[in-house]
Design a protein around this ligand. Structure first.
Ligand SMILES: [Mg+2]
Length: 381
């Protein structure tokens, strides 16, 4: 079997889809996107055509290693997201050729479904009580949200008080049955993170995500030693080599790599299994589209330490184009706050190519918002 073509579509709300075609009539889908950089990723995939056309798509590991190692420069968000989309599509092809789900090729599933959480409250958190109650009413048992908007490296007592009060009010309103994950989103710097983690301990969140921006692994390790709250890092790390320091420094108890940003299913499984040796839990990041979600679910199926899966159904970015709009019913199913592990061949979803074509005519130019502090300096989003 030989790869004959790579096709990409930039589709709303902020995604990039990839289809790899072969001379055997089989094709596979991937999602090689980096939020805010879809056109860059489309170009990165196109550059790899020169190598990929004519390759046997069944040699996934050799293709992975060649793309990773060849050309000197490696790692990082752009190259690893391009590789991720390609890796997903190759696994999809292999599964379809053998008429079996990808997880069956990775050792077989250890679970039938995985708990999932919903995002609430937008980029700047608002109406959290209403938002969390709404997802609770839909059967979800966990929700995640940003805990604050812009926060200075050292901010005011009043600002911190407001954040803390809002979260205590939320816990009181939704009760202890609902699990809450607090995303600091890299907006919080070390001086404020130290204070907030201590104050928020009584609320027992399932984790605090990116307590400081993820380049600060040493700072995260200091914070991890100072709090009982499980700390989570990983959405902005891009390979095993980035996670090495996290594990060695005991910087987190939960990791949330993104299948679409760490080189795909192949690398996610390796990171997930490696985390087991440190008793670190896996909570895959996935605020993007259905192909990335299906690929994540294949990983959740085989990683014993996976305990919760992010997904973006109904997130504020997805107005007018949501996760389930691009796939045939039955592939991605939420039931009782859980996502079912897809059982169809390959990634287990059927992409509606006509819909993809239609929506690509609309396309998108999604960009992260630009925020500034009161003094005019740029703020972390
Ligand atoms: Mg996050």
């Amino acid at each position: 079997m030989k790869i004959t073509a790579l096709k990409t579509w930039i589709v709303p709300p902020r995604w990039l889809f990839l289809k790899i075609e072969t001379d055997a009539g089989l094709s596979g889908w991937g999602e090689p996107v980096l939020e805010g950089h879809a056109a860059t990723l489309a170009a990165a995939v196109q550059e790899l055509e020169d190598f990929l056309i004519g390759q046997d798509p069944r040699r996934i590991e050799d293709i992975w290693q060649t793309i990773y190692r060849n050309g000197c420069y490696r790692g990082g968000p752009v190259l690893m997201s391009a590789l991720a989309g390609i890796d997903m599509a190759l696994w999809d092809i292999k599964g379809k050729e053998l008429d079996t789900p990808v997880h069956a090729l990775l050792g077989g599933p250890v679970r039938d479904r995985i708990r999932t959480y919903r995002w609430c409250g937008g980029d700047r958190p608002s109406d959290l009580i209403e938002g969390v109650r709404a997802v609770q009413a839909q059967g979800y048992t966990a929700a995640k949200f940003n805990i604050c908007s812009e926060l200075q490296i050292v901010d005011t007592h009043a600002k911190l008080d407001g954040i803390i009060q809002t979260l205590f009010d939320l816990r009181e309103a939704v009760g202890s049955e609902m699990d809450l994950a607090f995303d600091f989103h890299g907006r919080v710097h070390a001086p404020m993170a130290r204070v907030l983690l201590k104050e928020l301990e009584p609320l027992r969140p399932i984790f605090v995500e990116d307590a400081v921006v993820s380049a600060m692994v040493e700072t995260m390790a200091d914070l991890a030693r100072a709090t009982s709250i499980p700390l989570c890092i990983g959405e902005r790390l891009h390979s095993r080599y980035d996670f090495k320091r996290v594990f060695e420094l005991r910087a987190a108890q939960v990791i949330n790599p993104d299948t679409a940003h760490v080189g795909g299913i192949s690398e996610m499984v390796r990171i997930g299994h490696w985390a087991e040796a440190y008793d670190v839990a896996l909570a895959p990041h996935c605020p993007i589209g259905p192909i990335a979600l299906a690929a994540s679910l294949q990983v959740d199926a085989v990683c014993h330490n996976a305990f919760i899966q992010e997904q973006s159904i109904g997130i504020h970015y997805n107005a007018g184009a949501d996760v389930l709009d691009y796939v045939e019913p039955g592939g991605i199913v939420v039931e009782d706050g859980h996502l079912l592990i897809p059982q169809g061949p390959g990634l287990g979803i059927e992409v509606d190519e006509a819909k993809v074509e239609e929506m690509a005519r609309i396309g998108h130019r999604w960009r992260a918002p630009v925020w500034r502090h009161d003094d005019g300096s740029i703020a972390e989003w």
